[in-house]
Design a protein around this ligand. Sequence first.
Ligand code: HEC
Ligand code: HEC
Length: 431
Amino acid sequence: MKLFIFAQFFKFILTSGLLLAVGLCVWLVLAYKPPAAWTEAEKAVINTLFLASLPPLPVDRSNAASTDIRAVEMGHALFFDSRLSVNQQISCATCHRPELRFTDGLDKARALGKSRRNTPSIVGLAYSPWLYWDGRRDSLWAQALSPLEDPQEQGNNRMAIARLVTEDVEYSQQYQAIFGELPDFSDRSRFPENAGPELKSEWYAAWVEMEKDDQVLVNQTFANVGKAIAAYERILLPAPSRFDAYVQSLVSKESENSRDIFSNDEIKGLRLFIGEARCIECHNGPLLTNFEFHNTGIISYPGDLPDRGRVDGVREVRRDPFNCQGLYSDQEPEQCLELIHAREGVELIGALKTPSLRNLKETAPYMHKGQIRTLAETLNHYNTAPFAMIGHNEAEEILGMLSFELNQLEAFLGTLQSPIDVDARWLEPPQ
Ligand code: HEC
Ligand code: HEC
């Protein structure tokens, strides 16, 4: 009897050992076999991600100064100027740090207070029809006005900012060269020291007491501050990465050389990205984003309400007095096609803007509230496709990728690193 049990046990060990060995061999073969050559169809898809396929830099018709080099210079100075904040200590660059691809390395931004969301990169955003994670602004210039008055961010008011531009010798010269004559804000009975429509601010009362026409003069100057900042942001674009060098060699048919540019894992990761893993459904085009809004089931922090995202953002952008159809836009209202045709509806509950995947090393932590710290965790998220806390997870299919496949995807994402394609002087405060 004892012998029988022993024999059974021995058999069990042997078969499971055998199975394990076979499994290991299959795993090794799958993980290490060289990648197959690209088909023409695959090459065509890869070419759509190539930086050289990027269309010419769009001109923002709602901002007549968007291509004016003088506005770029002025915007550069404004972007780094902490005098624009209420305590003189916070500039755009406090949170959008050039060395971190214009992000801040934090989960949620911090300045005067804690922001609701994670600081996104602003590189390549001139291509984005919508700004913010929920797209509640429709141009770079309209966006730039919000942090200046946000009590959690720069906490200032538009009257003080308009006055700063008038009183600073350099800004007032730059302003008048670009936008024409500055209004005269010296009459304190019409233009108080501080005033702005931010409901929670101490300057609200002074603002509502101002004449409508005077409010318009302040708004106009304030809008132009945004337009100069936007002209600066527009020049911030990604330079070609190792991935682009790889595509270059593929399309120029020097496929032999492309083997030197990408490792086998990187090639397999790219194949997963455009194929089985379905990343390309949303992360497409040369910036690896469709600039659209999707619910991908990212879990909120405990105690944080789930983010409603675009469903609220689309309502807010329609109400924004600085939107494309507003008084301060240089575009004809009927030409604002993006705004007119903006998608609405319940499918946008919990939908956030797809971020670019270029330079992920500098932009961690990830997602709209910085909920995910590493790329490996991000890939796990997609692999397991959790239910969304609100709305419906669009990336709901459980991918079931194996650990070596996740590593290959991560290896591919690492090839998208590159510098910012501007002269270094634009990445520092002006001298
Ligand atoms: C307190 C830190 C902070 C400051 C200061 C700040 N930002 Fe931001 N910025 C953020 C956060 C956080 C978001 C995302 C907020 C959201 O989507 O709700 C953001 C979003 C943006 C976006 C939109 C990005 C996208 O992907 O759509 C742009 C552009 C931008 N900021 C530019 C600026 C400019 C210009 C200034 C200065 C006038 C500025 N920011 C000041 C933290 C900051
Ligand atoms: C259904 C559209 C969709 C699909 C499919 C998709 N993504 Fe995303 N991705 C998004 C959106 C939207 C976000 C932002 C989500 C948020 O913050 O709530 C995002 C965020 C990310 C981020 C974080 C970037 C950052 O700067 O915060 C990474 C990395 C990423 N996705 C990689 C991938 C990979 C790899 C795949 C394929 C496995 C993939 N995505 C599939 C839409 C998608």
